[in-house]
Design a protein around this ligand. Structure first.
Ligand code: CA
Length: 221
């Protein structure tokens, strides 16, 4: 799933995003409500993990504005321990679930999976580009009638690219989205994975190198 994490405690936010990425999701991390509202107006997230206590606009207000703007992403709010009123308020503002701090990462990941399942039952989602079809409910990938097996990271990379066909992603951006690292060394990793993807899925080519910029997926006319 494409998940937005809104949490001002930087270390906790990083732990959460790492756990999500390791569980095969894509995670975008933001540290305040304003930027969360901007991000959700620009792209669609399957799930938002939203801390209540944020600087500036708090989590409840973010949630209220999201629902007012008809953003239908599922939302898990992170509340302070034992604050029953917080939970009630969160659910009444349209949260799908809540988790009291402190929580175990496994617990969070389990909730994410549960929400994903509930959502998948309602709306099976596929990403399609030409004859390449990725079923997001079970991660099955087909090119035409051929079934293709990908590793978890390969799948994540492919999902990132397929979600926004035609958009050029820099290597740095892909690194952050798929591996959450920013070092020089990892740029090579992106190239390695791109060439693996190409070998597995890319005939005729859908993954294109944009010189000096990065990569994009699109169907050539
Ligand atoms: Ca906080």
């Amino acid at each position: 799933m494409h998940i937005l994490v809104v949490e001002d405690e930087v270390r906790l936010a990083r732990h959460i995003s790492r756990a999500l990425i390791n569980a095969g999701h894509e995670a975008v991390v933001l540290h305040d409500g304003e930027s969360a509202l901007t991000a959700t107006s620009r792209s669609r997230f399957d799930l938002i993990i939203l801390d209540v206590m944020l600087p500036g606009i708090d989590g409840f207000e973010v949630l209220r504005r999201l629902r007012k703007a008809h953003v239908d992403s599922r939302v898990i709010i992170l509340t302070a321990r034992g604050e029953v009123t917080d939970r009630v308020a969160g659910l009444s503002f349209g949260a799908d679930d809540y988790l009291a701090k402190p929580f175990a990462m496994q617990e969070l990941v389990a909730r994410v999976i549960a929400l994903g399942r509930r959502y998948a039952e309602k709306a099976p989602i596929k990403l399609e580009l030409s004859d390449l079809v990725l079923d997001l409910t079970n991660n099955e990938l087909h090119r035409g009638t051929r079934k293709i097996e990908l590793s978890v990271r390969e799948l994540t990379l492919l999902r990132v690219l397929m979600r926004e066909p035609g958009r050029v992603f820099t290597r740095t951006e892909l690194c952050e989205k798929v591996w959450e690292r920013e070092h020089e060394y990892d740029m090579k990793l992106v190239e390695v994975f791109i060439s693996r993807l190409r070998r597995k899925i890319d005939s005729p080519p859908l993954i294109h190198t944009v010189r000096h910029l990065g990569y994009t997926m699109r169907e050539e006319p």
